[in-house]
Write a protein that binds this ligand. Structure first.
Ligand code: 5GP
Length: 164
């Protein structure tokens, strides 16, 4: 359908508190939060405060784009988090949405080899995601407008009025 799921900044604040509540009630106490940039940074920052976890890491994962093309699989961009840092840690993977789930799968596979335990938290999960997330705020199959990416990037204004 043409309907979209609209996440506003106020609703994002509520989602983070409720997501943190479900993680805390479940008794999971992560040592570190591993965010998947860029959308996961907002989620990881919010959960870091809500769960009182100060140790945040960032992993850069993007669908590789060649000349106007997207490959089937996402790729991990350097720098990769230090494996020695994480080897005995309980990790909470944080992202904005599990859509195909391929991004999350890549990070879960990395964690399976490098950390003691890994669970995942997302604001949204779509029904076709190839990996189920441990903590989900809301399930949807619609396209989601996130508050941080719904508007185009800010570009320099020239002062010239072009559309008067
Ligand atoms: P994946 O398909 O690997 O689960 O998702 C990869 C990334 O695509 C997500 O982290 C997110 O940045 C972007 N993405 C996937 N679905 C949506 C959506 O419905 N709305 C927006 N704005 N981005 C999405």
């Amino acid at each position: 359908s043409d309907e979209r799921e609209n996440l506003t900044y106020p609703l994002f604040g509520q989602a983070i508190r409720e997501l943190a509540r479900s993680i805390a009630d479940d008794g999971y106490e992560p040592d570190i939060i591993l965010s998947i940039a860029r959308g996961g940074l907002f989620v990881a920052g919010g959960l870091g405060y809500a769960l009182d976890v100060k140790n945040l890491h960032v992993m850069n994962v993007e669908f590789y784009t060649g000349v106007g093309e997207t490959l089937d699989m996402p790729v991990m961009l350097p720098p990769v988090p230090n494996v020695v840092d994480l080897s005995r840690k309980k990790v909470l993977i944080a992202d904005d949405v599990a859509d195909t789930g391929k991004t999350l799968k890549l990070v879960q596979d990395f964690c399976a080899e490098h950390v003691a335990e890994a669970r995942s938290a997302v604001i949204y999960e779509k029904s076709h995601s190839l990996v189920p997330c441990d903590y989900v705020w809301k399930r949807t199959d619609q396209w989601i407008n996130f508050p941080w990416s719904v508007e185009p990037p800010v570009v320099r204004r020239t002062g010239q009025v072009l559309d008067a």
